[in-house]
Design a protein around this ligand. Structure first.
Ligand code: 13P
Length: 241
């Protein structure tokens, strides 16, 4: 069986003290999965130094759609690689909602990551109104459409995966049902190809992780709130075995 990917997204939370503490606790645990932690950008360098030589991977929560240059406030893919990142989350629904990211900018960001050899975790997800209106699959299909351009240029399953995060399940304590998750993951694999990994995100906790990770179409999970608690995140990682 392929190892599952567990990705922690700390969002805009934590401090130097918290990050040192959570990472040190994680480093002491045996984690039977491919585990990554995406910390806020000011702490990437610090976290990278702490994780050096360990099996835990460092990730960013965003990347500029531009290469290095006159883009004040932006962080390029090359810089992320420089400080030890292996991957970056792109197109998270919070970035689409609050920072007006579009499918086109997400595609550009993935292209920048691929240019420097970083792995992309491309987030997609529908609103509750879209699901209730029977438009969930159409929404996801449209969010994935631009990726085909990059796939035609060599963006293989080794270069990126998709994270299905229904917006109504994020931070609500109400994860999608196992049936909803399985259906959408199978749909995404039909759209892109069965070998593309699909992670689930949205209220993943220690109590539901084993059931979600046991689904054959689930290749891993993207964990928000619960990833800031080293004990709970460790339990989620162990649920992958
Ligand atoms: P929660 O796990 O807090 O619901 O967040 C999910 C998420 O947005 C991960 O990217």
């Amino acid at each position: 069986m392929k190892r599952k990917h567990i990705v922690g997204n700390w969002k805009m939370n934590g401090s130097a003290v918290v990050i040192d503490d959570v990472l040190d606790q994680l480093l002491k645990q045996t984690l039977p999965a491919d585990v990554s932690v995406c910390v806020p950008s000011p702490y990437l360098q610090r976290a990278g130094e702490r994780l050096a030589g360990s099996s835990l991977r460092l990730g960013a929560q965003n990347v500029s759609e531009h290469g290095d240059g006159a883009y004040t406030g932006e962080v390029s893919a090359r810089m992320l690689r420089d400080v030890g990142c292996h991957l970056a989350i792109i197109g998270h629904s919070e970035r689409r909602r609050y920072f007006a990211e579009t499918d086109e900018s997400v595609m550009n960001k993935l292209a920048r990551l691929l240019e420097v050899g970083l792995f992309g975790v491309v987030c997609v997800g529908e609103t509750l109104a879209e699901r209730d209106g029977g438009r969930a699959e159409a929404k996801i299909e449209s969010q994935l459409a631009q990726l085909h351009t990059l796939m035609a240029r060599g963006a293989t399953p080794k270069r990126f995966c998709v994270a299905y995060e229904p917006i109504w399940a994020i931070g609500t304590g109400r994860a999608a049902s196992l049936e909803q998750i399985a259906q959408m993951h199978e749909f995404i694999k039909r759209c892109l190809g069965a070998s593309y990994a699909v992670l689930y995100g949205g209220s993943v906790k220690a109590v539901n992780a084993a059931d979600i990770l046991a689904l054959s179409a689930v290749d891993g999970v993207l964990v928000g709130g619960a990833s800031l608690d080293a004990k709970e995140f460790g339990e989620i990682c162990r649920a992958a075995s």
